[in-house]
Write a protein that binds this ligand. Structure first.
Ligand code: C2E
Ligand code: CA
Ligand code: CA
Length: 401
């Protein structure tokens, strides 16, 4: 969207700052500029601006009556589709923690700027507003009953999508992660956040796991036949590991597809609340013995912790995307990511960073010695056909060229 079509709201208690910012916005040529002295006034303006809704809010943090954090919370809870730019004279660490909070509240954040606001910074961030709708919690809002989901599994409506994994040193494509998608006949492509939790909670996940595994093994074989020798990762639910027959069933299915288990990686997130540790370890040991590689997923989150490292024979550590995203701009995240990479190396396993979205993070990961990356910077998850096309045109030399 052009700046000249935007309605912008400045939320700022300092009148002088407000006036300067308004003048800058006018010089960029926005359609209209509104001003509020605190969060409460801002919400009133937003609620009242029905005819010409506010597109972008510039929001200070420290304000009387209702501060920036509370304003953002209300904004996130409401259904207003407004992009936000955070402005503050406070230090960058605080700004980035509020930025994280805003994202978790479902707000579309264009970026943060330290005050005083400058024309060049503001122009760049305003340009990022493209009128696209808000993505709440990163996904689908639709709800489906367990019944509908089970019928869809029965009706074979799920397919694996493939997201590339790239070796950081050579830039070469070394693998892909298979991510389940529901190809709904009416609603289109639906993300796993909608159907995995209900299936796991009701112990109905196995049927989906096996369908995805079967299709992934078949796709892996096709990729190999096309000359792309990749290792493909599949996510395994912890709930499935209770049943001690699992490892043999997985092994049989994969071998029957004509693929050697050495080309498959199983990603596991161990939960802190895990009760049946013994059968899970029995399954994992057997899978490892049968030639599969094991990967510890979501490393560093509450669900996946140090204890795992001591008892599973794994060959890959996946650093959770919540640490990786924009880590190169945050001192504390840098420390977490770097030490996870170091630990992986000391344990003689590969370090994988997921959720790599920018060149800057990619470069910083390379400098930190990370082995493999996965994320939108390389590619989004693609269906099998699109992924085959992607492999044909992918150029290792362009990764950081
Ligand atoms: P995960 O295993 O952590 O998978 C990575 C998720 O991050 C995927 O979300 C992927 O699309 C997303 N992602 C990858 N790169 C980026 C990036 O650069 N930026 C951002 N913002 N996101 C990125 P997806 O496909 O929605 O899957 C969500 C979760 O659902 C997965 O998290 C995994 O835990 C689960 N899942 C997916 N497929 C299966 C499956 O077949 N079985 C089981 N049990 N779980 C699955
Ligand atoms: Ca995973
Ligand atoms: Ca993850």
């Amino acid at each position: 969207m052009k700046a000249s079509a935007l309605n912008v709201l400045i939320v700022e208690d300092d009148e002088f700052q407000r006036r300067i910012t308004a003048r800058i916005l006018e010089s960029i040529g926005v359609a209209s500029v509104h001003q509020a002295g605190n969060g409460k006034e801002a919400l009133d303006i937003i609620r009242g601006a029905n005819a010409r809704p506010i597109d972008v809010a510039l929001c200070d943090l420290n304000m009387p009556e209702m501060d920036g954090m509370e304003f953002l919370r209300h904004l996130g809870e409401g259904k207003h589709i407004i992009s936000v730019i955070l402005t503050s004279a406070l230090d960058g660490k605080l700004l980035s923690s509020v930025a994280r909070m805003a994202t978790l509240y479902g707000i579309k954040l264009l970026g943060t700027i330290e005050k005083p606001v400058q024309l060049s910074n503001l122009e760049v961030l305003i340009a990022k507003h493209d009128g696209s709708t808000l993505e709440r919690g990163g996904g689908d809002d639709r709800r489906f009953s367990l019944e509908e989901i089970l019928q869809a599994v029965e009706g074979d409506q799920f397919e694996p999508y493939f997201q590339a994994k790239v070796d950081l040193r050579s830039g070469r494509l070394v693998g892909a992660e298979a991510l389940a998608r529901w190809l709904h006949p009416q609603h289109g492509v639906i993300s796993p956040g909608v159907f995995i939790p209900p299936l796991e909670e009701t112990r109905n996940i196995d049927q989906l796991t096996f369908r995805i595994l079967e299709k992934t093994a078949a796709a892996c074989r096709t990729f190999h036949e096309q000359g792309h020798i990749l290792a493909i990762s599949v996510n395994l639910s912890l709930a499935s590991l209770d049943d001690t027959s699992l490892a043999d069933r997985i092994t049989a299915l994969v071998r029957a597809s004509g693929i050697d288990p050495q080309h498959l990686v199983l990603e596991i997130t161990e939960s802190a609340a895990m009760t049946n540790v013994a059968p899970a370890l029995e399954n994992l040991a057997r899978l490892c013995m049968n030639g599969f590689s094991l990967s510890i997923d979501d490393y560093g989150t509450g669900a996946s912790n140090l204890q795992q490292l001591t008892r599973i024979a794994f060959s890959e550590l996946k650093i959770d995307q919540s640490f990786v995203k924009d880590f190169s701009e945050n001192q504390a995240l840098m420390v977490v990511v770097r030490s996870s990479i170091d630990m992986a190396h000391k344990l003689n396993v590969k370090s994988v960073a997921e959720g790599v979205e920018t060149r800057r993070d990619c470069e910083a990961l390379k400098a930190a010695g990370c082995d493999t990356i996965q994320g939108y910077y390389i590619s989004k998850p693609l269906d099998r056909q699109a992924f085959s096309e992607f492999m044909k045109t992918y150029r290792p030399d362009l990764l950081l060229a």
